[in-house]
Design a protein around this ligand. Structure first.
Ligand SMILES: Nc1ncnc2c1ncn2[C@@H]1O[C@H](COP(=O)(O)OP(=O)(O)OP(=O)(O)O)[C@@H](O)[C@H]1O
Ligand SMILES: [Mg+2]
Length: 255
């Protein structure tokens, strides 16, 4: 990823970068409002780099709710999620509250600040799970993959026990980032709920081992998994979310 110069808030409205702040329609009034909001959050500059792009400006990520860029505060680098003008959410407070809850059990990027249109959090430098998986090509593959899968599953178990349902782990390609030390992070707590039936472990197992695309690659790299036994173990866990039933799932996967 090519590093680019950081742009200060003062410079922002003089360049095309300001379009990222109020995507996809930028009005002067909204831009002014958002610049003031950023200032209040202690943000000094933004950096435009990454594999996605918004009106030709590179960014870290782009989803239906937000655009994510690097931000600088006096304490250093962070990730800034910018609410899209056309997002189906009116503000970022729900996501911030859910991320904060997940943080209490050491899950997700650390929440730093929130406002109506922004969420400032720890920057996770790494790769989405499918891209990380592609980098595993030598003999240590199996051990590294074991450790990452076990770590993600344990995070999901902790979320289950805490009554926090992430909500998007069955389609997880964009929701797990593996950092350069092989530490996995669950991200995007925007559809998370504490009032819903909990299904983090079952959803992630569906994604990792029982779905189509990624599951086949995971199984190729891991070796054989008895799907029938795994499904039975998941069924027991669903009925009784106990440590013992969770360990039983792990045993079916990590042979
Ligand atoms: N803390 C972070 N550190 C680094 N990159 C991040 C961070 N948070 C998000 N990203 C990047 O930005 C992308 C979009 O973020 P996120 O999934 O939160 O947005 P979204 O609008 O809710 O997306 P979606 O429509 O897929 O739900 C992520 O896939 C990831 O690449
Ligand atoms: Mg989202």
């Amino acid at each position: 990823m090519q590093a680019t110069k950081a742009v200060t808030l003062n410079e922002l409205d003089k360049t095309k970068h300001h379009k990222v702040l109020c995507y996809p329609r930028c009005t002067h009034k909204e831009l002014e409002k958002r610049l003031t909001e950023l200032e209040k959050l202690g943000i000094q500059a933004l950096q435009f780099t990454g594999e996605k792009s918004v009106f030709g400006v590179p960014v870290l990520g782009k989803g239906c709710v937000g655009i994510v860029v690097i931000a600088y505060t006096k304490t250093g680098k962070a990730a800034l999620k910018i609410r899209r003008i056309d997002a189906d959410r009116k503000e970022m407070f729900h996501e911030a509250q859910m991320l904060k809850k997940a943080n209490t059990i050491n899950i997700g990027p650390k929440l730093l600040e929130t406002s109506e249109n922004f969420l400032l959090m720890q920057l996770i430098e790494g790769k989405h799970f499918p891209e990380w998986l592609k980098t595993l090509e030598n003999q240590e593959t199996k051990t590294r993959l074991h450790l990452v899968l076990k770590n993600v599953l344990e995070q999901c178990y902790r979320l289950d026990k805490a009554g926090i349902d992430h909500g998007e782990l069955n389609k997880a390609p964009k929701h797990i980032i593996i950092d350069d030390n092989d530490v996995p992070y669950l991200i995007d707590f925007e559809t998370t709920s504490i009032n819903r039936r909990i299904s983090n472990v079952t959803s992630i197992c569906q994604y990792f081992f029982l779905g189509n695309k990624i599951a086949n690659t995971v199984k190729d790299k891991l070796g054989k998994i008895n799907e029938k036994e795994l499904i039975n173990a998941l069924r027991s866990y669903k009925q009784k979310t106990t440590k013992e039933n969770f360990e039983n799932i792990i045993k079916k996967i990590l042979l």
